[in-house]
Write a protein that binds this ligand. Structure first.
Ligand SMILES: CC(=O)N[C@H]1[C@@H](OP(=O)(O)OP(=O)(O)OC[C@H]2O[C@@H](n3ccc(=O)[nH]c3=O)[C@H](O)[C@@H]2O)O[C@H](CO)[C@@H](O)[C@@H]1O[C@H](C)C(=O)N[C@@H](C)C(=O)N[C@H](CCC(=O)N[C@@H](CCC[C@@H](N)C(=O)O)C(=O)O)C(=O)O
Ligand SMILES: Nc1ncnc2c1ncn2[C@@H]1O[C@H](COP(=O)(O)OP(=O)(O)OP(=O)(O)O)[C@@H](O)[C@H]1O
Ligand SMILES: C[C@@H](N)C(=O)N[C@H](C)C(=O)O
Length: 457
């Protein structure tokens, strides 16, 4: 984590404060939450939806914070305390992170895409940790606040930082990538996430492609080559970066062969090696996520034989294809972190192809932020369900009724159940599960469908 004096920090964010007598006081790390302060940190207050962090500056320092920022338009700064007056605390956080990143002799991998950023980040970190001291985005800290916090948590001796870059609007990735200045970048896919804000998949692709704006000129750009919106862009790309593709088809630089679906993951080989890889994470989409990380790992001189050891140890951030056990002996795939049409289709494909279960049940909730076509997207999900592979569908939420409507076109009505409340859904679902059943649970973050998973356990 960042360790600098207050004088250093004033210089790094280019402000002129008389910090005496505190100028030589050193901070260790940064926090935006006084409830989580650890000794020596710099506390950065934000005006939030529920309260203003400036109310907690004195409290933070009493709890051991070494110093705090204070936004100049907030009255009554506690001048008797070690504080740095700034024009805007968010900008100060971001510029401190930018300056710190530029002082570090570190390689950076930036990962974006509609789906799979967090998963790919976890896989990437595992592969690079075989050879390097690696730090990565924790959880989903991937935006204009989370990414700067992640950078400021980097140790001076860290060799590679794996940073997740999220967005829900144009210009957001451009800001993040120019701050992080990555040496390698990945675009996992182009789905429909945040379509409401971006207007079209073309708009989503344009926003994701901003990641190349911060890529080092001799850097590596890796993208999902089966996506026409990306391939069309790179077919006329004239930049100096090395461009590599991954995907299902042989048009890509790296693609999987001899894929075996296991009950807890996949075995596969790739076109560029004889090594057989085992990925203890379900789903073909996660094989693709692994391929993107493997291309970057190869760029960092990690061998395929070493990658085999790295992939077999991958453990994902929770609620992504998390395999759990229910009260009645059923297996549960908790994939409830988030959902869009692309990620939901990937999960339905996974469940349909999973060997070893007599009964397979889908529990699907609303997919949010999809814009004007949201109802069509949900009905199409229902229509896509294959009656031969899926035994029952339970839906939750207003838009879940549209999934049910589509599902009833392909499954008999007695195999489709739509609910507006979680408790009755859980009660009915328990009647349908036993030790030969597997249940997959998926919806957007805002639906909190993990509460259904908890109801089964
Ligand atoms: C600034 C902050 O901390 N926000 C979080 C806070 O929000 P809220 O406004 O409710 O804060 P409060 O009013 O409660 O408090 C104000 C501040 O005061 C501090 N404080 C309060 C009380 C106290 O006793 N002491 C205090 O110090 C407090 O800490 C505040 O700083 O709480 C919300 C609920 O927990 C958080 O959600 C909110 O976090 C915001 C959203 C945030 O951006 N956090 C980042 C660190 C982050 O990276 N969060 C990720 C999610 C990122 C994300 O959604 N990514 C998108 C893509 C990017 C979209 C982009 N357009 C965007 O807007 O994000 C994606 O799809 O992945 C995470 O948490 O997982
Ligand atoms: N390559 C992929 N293609 C389609 N769906 C995917 C892919 N990778 C992951 N998913 C699905 O997306 C869900 C979210 O995965 P993950 O958290 O890694 O993505 P993310 O991009 O970080 O998501 P978010 O933007 O919501 O934070 C997973 O539970 C999985 O269902
Ligand atoms: C908060 C934003 N990153 C997100 O995940 N939106 C989804 C669609 C949700 O809120 O469920």
């Amino acid at each position: 984590m960042i360790k600098r004096t207050l004088n250093d920090i004033a210089e790094m964010i280019q402000i002129e404060n008389d910090l005496s007598p505190y100028g030589k006081k050193e901070i260790q790390g940064v926090s935006i939450n006084s409830r989580e302060i650890t000794p020596g940190q710099l506390f950065i207050p934000f005006k939030g939806e529920r309260t203003d962090g400036h109310q907690y500056v004195s409290d933070a320092i009493e709890k051991g914070a070494a110093a705090a920022f204070w936004q100049e338009d907030v009255p009554n700064p506690p001048t008797h305390l070690p504080i740095i007056i700034v024009k805007d605390t968010l900008t100060a956080l971001q510029e401190l992170a930018r300056a710190y990143r530029n002082q570090l002799s570190i390689k950076v991998v930036g990962i974006t895409g509609s789906n799979g950023k967090t998963t790919t980040k976890d896989m990437m970190a595992n592969l690079l940790a075989l050879k390097y001291k690696v730090q990565k985005t924790e959880g989903n800290y991937n935006n204009h606040i989370g990414l700067p916090l992640t950078i400021l948590a980097l140790e001076e001796r860290t060799e590679v930082a794996v940073l997740e870059m999220g967005m829900s609007g144009k210009g957001e990735i451009d800001f993040l990538t120019k701050l992080a200045r990555p040496d390698a970048t990945i675009i996992t896919n182009i789905g429909e996430s945040h379509l409401q804000d971006l207007g079209s998949r073309e708009g989503i692709a344009e926003a994701k492609l901003e990641i190349i704006n911060g890529l080092k000129s001799d850097g590596l750009m890796v993208y999902m080559g089966d996506e026409p919106l990306l391939r069309n862009y790179f077919d006329s790309y004239e930049g100096q970066a090395t461009v590599k593709t991954f995907g299902r088809t042989e048009q890509n630089d790296l693609y999987p062969v001899n894929i075996q679906q296991l009950d807890n993951g996949s075995k596969f080989q790739v076109n560029a090696s004889e090594v057989e890889f085992t990925l203890p994470i379900l789903g073909m989409h996660n094989v693709l996520n692994a391929l993107s990380a493997m291309i970057v790992a190869q760029h960092f001189n990690v061998s395929f034989a070493e990658m085999e050891a790295g992939l077999v140890k991958v453990r994902l951030t929770n609620m992504r294809m998390e395999i759990l056990q229910g009260q009645n002996g059923e297996k549960i795939i908790n994939d409830a972190y988030n959902a869009s049409p692309t990620s939901t289709q990937a999960s339905i494909e996974l469940l349909a192809n999973l060997p070893g279960y007599k009964k397979k049940i889908l529990v699907l909730g609303d997919m949010l932020e999809l814009g004007a076509d949201e109802e069509r997207f949900h009905e199409e999900i229902g229509l896509s369900i294959c009656a031969e592979n899926i035994d029952a569908v339970f839906t939750y939420g207003r838009l879940g009724h549209l999934i049910a409507k589509g599902a009833k076109e392909v499954l008999s009505e007695d195999r489709v159940f739509a609910f507006d409340e979680k408790a009755p859904l859980i009660e009915e679902l328990k009647k349908h599960v036993n030790d030969e059943t597997i249940v997959l649970v998926k919806a957007s973050r805002g639906m909190k469908l993990e509460e259904v998973v908890e109801g089964l356990q």
